[in-house]
Ligand binder design. Sequence first.
Ligand SMILES: *[C@@H]1O[C@H](CO)[C@@H](O)[C@H](O)[C@H]1NC(C)=O
Ligand SMILES: *[C@@H]1O[C@H](CO)[C@@H](O)[C@H](O)[C@H]1NC(C)=O
Ligand SMILES: *[C@@H]1O[C@H](CO)[C@@H](O)[C@H](O)[C@H]1NC(C)=O
Length: 301
Amino acid sequence: MLFYTCLQFVIFCTIATLKPSISLNLSTVSFNEVFSPLYGNQDVKTSDNGKSVQISINRWSTSGSGFVSQNTYNSGLFTASIKLPNNGYTAGVVATFYLRNNEVKRDEIDFEFLGHVEGEEWSLQTNVYGNGSYNKGREERYSLPFDPSLDFHNYSILWDTNRIIFFVDQYPIRETENSVSIGGNFPSKPMYVYATIWDGSDWATHHGKYKLILQRGPFVASYYFIINACRAMLPECNIALPGGISADERLKMIMYRALYMSYSYCHDKDRYPDSLPECRDEGYGMQPVQASISKATRRLI
Ligand SMILES: *[C@@H]1O[C@H](CO)[C@@H](O)[C@H](O)[C@H]1NC(C)=O
Ligand SMILES: *[C@@H]1O[C@H](CO)[C@@H](O)[C@H](O)[C@H]1NC(C)=O
Ligand SMILES: *[C@@H]1O[C@H](CO)[C@@H](O)[C@H](O)[C@H]1NC(C)=O
């Protein structure tokens, strides 16, 4: 069995590969040890002995708030347990959890929640940028099999030199391989962990049709973090997870995508008439079929 050394903050640990099983440290990190406020500092508040953090758009200001990790990471499994604002109407509110660096040729891996209007579901968007490919958004959007504002749910990014896998609770929902076709657009440089909340009224909810209504605020998103990752300053520390997900997990991913994915850049012929190269790889970016399955049916499956 292959073992890799990794660092969970100051402490070394050894983890096995994802197959047969990865032994993870499931402890929630302490906000002050790992993160710092980024903006809107007065609206970055910790609770639960410093393990949970709340960020908000408050009644008086749309500027929002956010925080960022103190260190960069080479690779790892990054989990945010998130409870979204439970205001009934959250149009325009964008709450995020992402990895990113500040290089000129930036890399970024995103989870973004795009607000909702009463009676409708929240939309979750994922995106990947590598080596400054900002002109090539690789967005996918999905609905969720639960109301993300009622309870905490786990949203994870597994990122190593071979692949990126996004998870929603136990479901892998997207896999982006470091293939020849994606080439230099695969994120490869150390990244920070971020979480933010901000006003995305101009595009987030129904393409900007429904805007943020400040009087419905404050809009508060709560986070916990579990991080099993390699701090970038340690050259020997680079978690690789050969093999990726199991056949069972792959099946779950295919099911999830069939039932909940509503948009994929791979099928947006207006934006990419020829589609991006990796979209032509076998098994990649399957056609969204969610629109043809009713919400009630999806809940039953
Ligand atoms: C697990 O992570 C927590 C939080 O970062 C840390 O305090 C603890 O020492 C870690 N345990 C091990 C065995 O690495
Ligand atoms: C999120 O992950 C933690 C740690 O693995 C687990 O205890 C918790 O039950 C998970 N929550 C959900 C909603 O799956
Ligand atoms: C990143 O982009 C630059 C040009 O913009 C290119 O020279 C470089 O080779 C790219 N890096 C990778 C890893 O592809």
